[in-house]
Design a protein around this ligand. Structure first.
Ligand SMILES: Cc1cc2nc3c(=O)[nH]c(=O)nc-3n(C[C@H](O)[C@H](O)[C@H](O)COP(=O)(O)OP(=O)(O)OC[C@H]3O[C@@H](n4cnc5c(N)ncnc54)[C@H](O)[C@@H]3O)c2cc1C
Length: 282
């Protein structure tokens, strides 16, 4: 029978992970418990529930940093005024995750650790240049999200470590932003392709700075820095938008699976950018 080792504090989490190196932290359980159920008892490693560890909950801001506890649920993120003010793009993406019951359970730390190319919080976190705080009994370290996620299901976490907080720059979200997800049913389906974009325009309609990220078109979330750089200083005419969408189609490396073909994902990835840029033109 599986052991459940219940910690009362963050220090106890670290202590349990040292004493039981094979134990798995569980937050909302919406990924892990589903996976364990599908394995029908083949994996009996102990679980360490994080839900009651107060230090891992909540959203706060000091002068230079907006901090989101790893065990904060997406419902809480959607309702939080600091997120609405400083990271509305993250709230937009969170609203598309599962249905209300899933959003009440599912946590941002679990979404990041699952490291699915379709994880809906990830594209906004890449654009907002989130830093992932990792901690263990040995201390803390910080990694940019793009270095934390290594591949599908793979992260830079080492033994004994958990994600403790997600750190953002207050005011890091640009005024024009969007999150879009294509799939069969909007909230209960895994995204076939997702897109997050944000841009800052001059009064004359020239792009000052733009950032874009795609989900489910590569092993990890994809940004195309060369395209972002090329578009800075551009006025958005039809030719620029067509050219940008073509660059996206040439840059993505999607796979075909039961939900969509690689060609469909490639085409949609370009269309999502084109739609965002057309929207900026007004
Ligand atoms: C019906 C349904 C619909 C869904 N819809 C969506 C969707 O639309 N979009 C989407 O992105 N996802 C969706 N998901 C997937 C899932 O809900 C999310 O990935 C969720 O954010 C996972 O968080 P959790 O707290 O439930 O993680 P858990 O299941 O508790 O854990 C997931 C993994 O992360 C590890 N972990 C958890 N917390 C930490 C931590 N602090 N530090 C280190 N490791 C940790 C666990 O050990 C496990 O490996 C859906 C799932 C279901 C069942």
């Amino acid at each position: 029978m599986r052991a459940v080792l219940t910690p009362g504090s963050l220090d106890e989490v670290f202590d349990l992970l040292e004493r039981h190196p094979d134990a798995m932290p569980v937050a909302g359980g919406t990924d892990l418990l589903v996976r364990l159920r599908s394995q029908a008892g083949q994996d009996d490693r102990p679980l360490i529930p994080l839900a009651d560890v107060k230090e891992l909950h909540g959203i706060s801001k000091d002068g230079t940093t907006l901090a989101i506890g790893a065990v904060t649920s997406f419902s809480r993120i959607i309702a939080d005024p600091l997120i609405a003010e400083h990271a509305p793009l993250l709230a937009k993406a969170a609203r598309t995750i599962g249905g209300p019951a899933i959003r009440n359970m599912a946590t941002i730390g679990g979404n990041i650790r699952t490291a699915s190319p379709a994880g809906d919080s990830l594209t906004p976190l890449y654009l907002l240049e989130a830093m992932i705080e990792i901690a263990s009994q040995r201390g803390k370290r910080l990694l940019p999200i793009g270095e934390f996620i290594i591949g599908p299901g793979q992260t830079a976490l080492c033994g004994g470590e958990i994600i403790t907080r997600i750190l953002l720059q207050p005011g890091g979200c640009f005024p024009c932003h969007c999150f879009e997800k294509t799939g069969r049913r909007r909230s209960m389906a895994i995204a076939v392709t997702s897109f997050a974009g944000m841009a800052r325009l001059s009064g004359e309609g020239v792009i000052e700075e733009a950032r874009f990220a795609w989900g489910s078109v590569a092993p990890t979330v994809l940004r195309i820095p060369a395209l972002e750089k090329e578009l800075a200083g551009s006025r958005l005419d039809d030719g620029t938008i067509r050219h940008a969408a073509q660059i996206v189609r040439e840059s993505v490396t999607p796979i075909s699976d039961i939900r969509a073909t690689a060609d469909y994902r490639r085409s949609i990835a370009g269309n999502l950018l084109a739609r965002f840029l057309e929207g900026l033109r007004g």
